[in-house]
Design a protein around this ligand. Sequence first.
Ligand code: SAH
Length: 343
Amino acid sequence: MLRLSGSEQAELHRMAFSVRNKSLSNRVYFRGLVEFSNICVNDCFYCGIRKSNGNVRRYEMSPEEILATADIVAGNGITSIVLQSGERRDRRFIDSLVKTLTIIKDRYPHMGITLSAGEQERSVFEEFFAAGAERYLLRVETSDEEHYGRLHPPDMSFRNRVRCLEYLRETGFQVGTGVMINSPYQTVENLARDIMFLKSFDIDMCGMGPFIPHGETPFARYEYDAEKSLNLGLNMISVLRLAMPDINIASTTALETLSSEGRELGLLAGANVVMPQFSPAVNRREYMLYDNKPAGETPPDELMDTLKRKINAIGMVPEMEDRGDSRHFITRKAMATADKNKI
Ligand code: SAH
């Protein structure tokens, strides 16, 4: 299924679209994305903000700046926010993030907050959860340990990645993960196994998107085919939707980079979440994970109008009231409670 193209591919996407409509609905949930810092201790071979890229101006938004951005997100009627950054484990970073969560929760008690700040100690995940983050995104990038080793330096490990996902699950987070699609050394068989991994890990949410080279990384000259990446990216969404009908799946920015209609194509292929960018315009250019990542200066309200119109045009409905917790998570939790009561 991952290899399909042409009319068979269109059929696959239609099937996933209808499965999503049946198991969830035709509603699209919004997550205001705030990339609050590009400072990173890791040196992932594919990533533009890896620590050894000396050509990046590093920034870190203060809790107050992040809160002001949350005001803009909320002002646009969005009820969920994603705070993403490079990875750091120093105390100053953790304390600052806990403070950010606390002040956002204080002003917006009902806002869904997703964190995406990399691998942490179990106790740190617990601190974030206690401060009000209820969802966490940590992509496993690939489910193949050897492949993982070819994308990352030796001080990073696949096992620690998976251990972190387990900690997140045990802490009570809605757990989101995903992979990079069409990344160097990856085969279609790898991708098929990735789907099985996501299913067997019983994830609640998924963010995955095509790899796009960045000029200042070891993979700068890696040959890559944009059309193949786009097709694989869309087929991955569809196949995962068939495998996991009630999880949240994001139509990611990388799809949008490959095609001007990438975001809508992702929704048509079975995704149900979009993550419009709310990072302040001054920082957008500095959060270049890959070349040509959209960093326009169009004000968010204008972007939102266009986005909502495009969603309506493909027969879906922008949902602005319900904050869209993962249905899979809600069901999983209800079942766990029922089990406990039985005992
Ligand atoms: N530090 C956080 C956020 C990382 S950036 C964390 O570890 O979760 C978010 C995602 O961007 C990464 O997980 C990776 O999958 C993706 N990414 C990085 N470089 C990329 C590239 N060159 N092309 C496509 N996606 C990339």
